[in-house]
Design a protein around this ligand. Structure first.
Ligand SMILES: O=C(O)CCC(=O)C(=O)O
Ligand SMILES: [Fe+2]
Length: 374
């Protein structure tokens, strides 16, 4: 059918008039069943709240064979060779050029990785009634689940549900965790906490600092875990799994299943982060960029919505707890500064950064960190 511009405008206006965005958001939030609930109801067209601006939906990735570095940590604990030095050199290059790398032979058994992904999938796929009691937007809770942390503030909603868990500071009472993934969450987070200390040591040395430097300034104190569930999407070309963003903490340790869909922005191109069985993805967050005075970078990344799925991922963020009463201030590490390389960020804490992220739209091209530059 041929329509004139005039007719099209009129149709769009009618659609717009009949659309109460706040109400649609509230209706979905009140189901406490998330995106998974929509899929279970057999939805074939995307509700308007999920539709992102078309010009932002360039989902193509680079076609050349570039991929993020893969670092083998297997020889780390062997004595009598210089492999630690070689690993540190690789970590340094990855942190400076990419802000993203994968690690293999990290000492976390494959069975633990598989069980963690499986446990997270079980949580999201369990009976909606059982899951509902965890649905909340109260960020003072240690454990809760919802659809999009920025549901009411983002321009559009993305196609995923998430379980959140504050692992530390303080001790997490396992009984607060959903029973369906309780034991594996405790086991997996214990493993990741150990690995995170190893990573902080490698990063400290990659910066030319004492091995314990980043641990001593409490970069490993706060651990926040999220378990994402990206259901298959009927119209993936209209939305995101997670839109382009940088993480706000020091380091993220990310476990993804084999479905794919994660992309990282590198040298003006989006690059697919192809799943490698048994690997963990390590990416640096904004706070790491601040304390290293831009030596290490916090790279933008996103997850596509896809027809295939579900896709499951578990991210552990090493980051200062946002509800800390008197949060430690962080600025560029003095030992890294010289006359030629003066501090480019003012001191800040996670609460300041979170406020900034919430008040600047994720789609804006101005990264939140820009607001903290001297
Ligand atoms: O699901 C993923 O692979 C990425 C998740 C992510 O970027 C995040 O939680 O910040
Ligand atoms: Fe992220």
């Amino acid at each position: 059918m041929v329509t004139t511009d005039q007719e099209e405008t009129t149709q769009t206006d009618v659609e717009h008039v009949g659309y109460d965005r706040d109400k649609e958001l509230k209706v979905l939030d009140d189901t406490k069943a998330g995106v998974k609930g929509l899929v279970d109801a057999g939805l074939s067209k995307l509700p308007k709240i999920f539709v992102h601006d078309r010009h932002e939906l360039n989902t193509s990735s680079a076609t050349n064979n570039v991929s993020i570095p893969v670092i083998d940590l297997g020889s780390l604990h062997k004595e009598g060779n210089n492999s630690r030095h070689e690993i540190i050199e690789k970590v340094k290059e990855a942190c400076e050029k990419w802000g993203f790398f994968q690690v293999v032979n990290h000492d976390i058994p494959q069975s633990v990785l598989d069980d963690m992904l499986d446990g997270m999938r079980r949580f999201h796929e369990q009976d909606a009634e059982l899951k509902r009691e965890f649905y909340s937007r109260d960020i003072t809770k240690r454990v809760f689940y919802n659809t999009n942390f920025n549901f009411y503030t983002a321009k559009s909603v993305s196609w995923r549900d998430t379980l959140y868990c504050l692992v530390s500071p303080g001790s997490l009472d396992p009984h607060q965790l959903p029973s369906i993934c309780r034991d594996i969450t405790v086991e997996y987070s214990d493993h990741v906490k150990k690995l995170s200390l190893t990573l902080l040591e490698l990063l400290s040395e990659a910066l030319g600092l004492e091995r314990s430097y980043l641990k001593d300034i409490d970069c490993g104190e706060g651990v926040f875990m999220v378990g994402h569930y990206y259901p298959p999407c009927p119209e993936p070309e209209l939305t995101w799994g997670i839109e382009g963003h940088t993480d706000i903490g020091f380091i993220t340790i990310l476990l993804q299943d084999q479905v794919g869909g994660l992309q990282v922005f590198h040298e003006s191109q989006w690059i697919d982060v192809t799943p490698i069985p048994g690997a963990l993805i390590i990416n640096l967050g904004d706070m790491m960029q601040v304390i290293t005075n831009d030596k290490f970078i916090s790279a933008k990344h996103r997850v596509l919505a896809q027809k295939i799925g579900p896709r499951v991922s578990v991210a552990m963020f090493l980051r200062q707890h946002v509800q800390e009463e008197s949060p430690r201030m962080y600025g560029p590490i003095k030992e890294l500064l010289t006359e030629e390389n003066p501090a480019i960020y003012k001191e800040m804490n996670m609460t300041d950064l979170v406020k900034m992220v919430y008040t600047t739209k994720l789609e804006d091209d101005v990264p939140p960190l820009k607001h903290f530059r001297l």
